[in-house]
Design a protein. Structure first.
Length: 196
């Protein structure tokens, strides 16, 4: 058997707080012992690496700074130019297609409505088993409710009517679907058929 250690264990954990870092600093004799070469027959040893200096990032829990007004304006100009190029390509391929209508609040509400209904199995082709994502549907419905709450008082009467109607409809569909799921869960399984 060799007198050299067979392996080293290296601790690569990062120290999260300065207090932990300061409290775990070895004293001068401990630091010398840790950096000294291993004694023959000492076996494995723990090698603690110094934590890497962290980049000056946002404090934990803080959001990154928002883009400046100039950055946002430049980005929007680039986005609009790119969207226009795409629309020009589509119209060149299909001259009968007119310009796309501007996106409105109604389009946003319709998008949530369609997503919720698909998640509840409404777009299943005839003859196929519906694929239901009940938890996804609940999330989409809850997002619609957040939208209604956050836009309260800022919508036109027509926009508010559309939002409230869609929210009512998807909630009713959700209630019906969960009722069916509950009834199926309560039914006992069919008895096994006897083999002949």
């Amino acid at each position: 058997m060799s007198d050299k250690p067979k392996f080293e264990v290296i601790d690569r954990r990062k120290i999260k707080a300065d207090e932990e870092h300061d409290s775990q600093q070895p004293s001068a004799p401990e630091a010398e012992a840790a950096s000294a070469p291993p004694e023959p027959g000492a076996g494995p040893r723990l090698v603690v690496s110094e934590p890497e200096p962290e980049a000056p990032a946002e404090a934990e829990g803080e959001l990154p700074a928002a883009p400046t007004a100039q950055e946002s304006r430049k980005q929007k100009e680039a986005y609009d130019a790119s969207a226009q190029r795409l629309e020009d390509i589509v119209r060149a391929q299909n001259p009968a297609a007119g310009a796309q209508p501007p996106i409105t609040f109604e389009h946003l509400v319709q998008q949530f409505y369609v997503s919720a209904m698909i998640q509840m199995g409404a777009a299943t082709p005839e003859g196929q088993q519906p694929r239901v994502d009940i938890l996804g549907a609940r999330t989409t419905i809850d997002l619609l409710a957040v939208l209604a709450e956050k836009t309260r008082g800022n919508l036109t009467e027509a926009e508010n009517n559309i939002l409230q109607s869609v929210l009512f409809e998807v909630r009713m569909a959700f209630l019906e679907l969960t009722k069916m799921i509950s009834l199926q869960a309560m039914q006992p399984p069919p008895p096994p058929q006897a083999k002949r």
